[in-house]
Design a protein around this ligand. Sequence first.
Ligand SMILES: Cc1cc2nc3c(=O)[nH]c(=O)nc-3n(C[C@H](O)[C@H](O)[C@H](O)COP(=O)(O)O)c2cc1C
Length: 547
Amino acid sequence: MNSAFFMGQQVAAYHEHSKHQPYRLAPGPGHLDWASQPDPFRTYAGAQQFRLPLGADRLTADFRDLYRSAGSVPVAALNLASVAHLLELSLGLSAWKVYGASRWALRCNPSSGNLHPTEGYVVLPALDGIEAGVYHYLSRDHLLEQRRVLGGDEAAAWNGLFPAGGFLVGLTSIHWREAWKYGDRAYRYCQLDVGHALAAMRYAAAALGWQVRLLIAPATRDVARLLGVAPSGVKFDSLEAEAEHADLLMQFAPMGVSWVDLAPKVAAMAELAGQGPWLGRPNRLSRYHEMAWPLIDDVAEWTRQPWQMASEPWQPASLPELSSGGAGRAVEVIRQRRSAQAFDGQTALAQSDLWTLLDATLPRAGCAPWDLLPWAVRVFPVLMIHRVEGLEAGVYLLVRDPERLATLQVELDGSFQWARVAVAPDHLPLYLLRAGDFQEFAHGVSCHQEIASDGVLSLGMLTEFPAGWEESPWIYRQLYWEAGVLGQVLYLEAEAVGMRGTGIGCFMDDAFHQMIGLRSNRFQSLYHFTLGKPVVDERLRSEPPYG
Ligand SMILES: Cc1cc2nc3c(=O)[nH]c(=O)nc-3n(C[C@H](O)[C@H](O)[C@H](O)COP(=O)(O)O)c2cc1C
């Protein structure tokens, strides 16, 4: 047995272990120790700070134009201001909420429990107004902290690695933030949050007229070296800053600039940056840790990509362009995204809005956000439709890649109807599996959360684990990233059609699998989601994101 396969089996065991069952929730702390609540913002004491200009408001693109191919959105030049707008609209704050004596920040990217384990880093060549180097984004103050500056001969070598117009963003996770509340299941949530952040960055880039790719080729160790994060934590004084784990790199470039893949250069960049010195001292997020969750860091280790990999781009089938207009300006839709706390349990979704929303989940070549991911579709939404005009209530499946239909039919309950929904657009492969009222089921399977039954629909993201994935256990992360991207699409689409969404990380894994009659572990539901007409809590006061 090779070591990758051994680790893959450990990851499969983690997945089973971290399932919620009606008779046993995944191991967690059982109570919340508020005194050790982690700081949601990482800062680097002593690092030079670069305040970023605010001004994403000036981006005029219509939300629906973000889905269209090249030419629909004016292209922003690459400079410090446009990088600032990218961050403002993706990882930046969208509001402060106030209730009584409590005040908390919301961001353009959602996060399980609003704990925000994801950190963002920008890897830049020299630009107007900022030196070449590696910077941490501090969303609280919309500024960059300089972690590594490259001067002299180093700068020349560094700048030579970036073709004109290209730069990188890296995402990392501080698992402790999420484990503090959710224990062993937290690794899943961290990876879903990474997926949400990925998609948030893709939408923001589209509003700037930029192209983006997720780089899956680089080894995780090189990503960590390039970003200067330490998976074993950093010791200073008598305390240790919580460990931070490298997740991924994304490459950005304005549309029209010829695309040069930076993945083969990441090892050389990591070599240069890794020589340090790293500037600034990471903050400690909790004064003490009442409990430790070592399994989380083990899974991170098992799912590390150990070496540089070749990656073949994947081309989706060609589809008609998405309809344009009608949803308002992109910046507004992105900033108004929120999680609903409650739905009215009455309003029905217009059928045409359901088609628009589902259409946005289909990958189109060269179109945001799905052009980001370099692999074939692996996530298939199983919808429990409660209230959609002109559609009977029941369980439906959207086969986002028609090539997977036969496999899905073999893997799911043999008594399902598989009736193609004839009123849906021709290119939307939506199937009715079983008619009926699934509100009570949706409520129970979603850890008894009413948002799952009171909305217009809720869904489980049925995900195909590729054959032999245990030999390449880092795929486990990628499956969650795709589910997170899908979650972000649904959040924004819900806003665009006048509804509101909420991600559901708390669900009973196998109870859902039983409902759809899964025959093997080849498919698993990794994330759930619900949407409907929100009931807004008027007791909460809203303040602007940046004073
Ligand atoms: C991966 C993930 C899982 C979530 N799970 C739940 C859930 O089970 N129940 C719930 O009410 N909200 C859930 N949420 C919503 C978060 O609580 C919400 O994103 C966070 O409080 C920030 O609020 P905002 O989305 O309005 O910015 C989830 C969000 C994410 C990204």
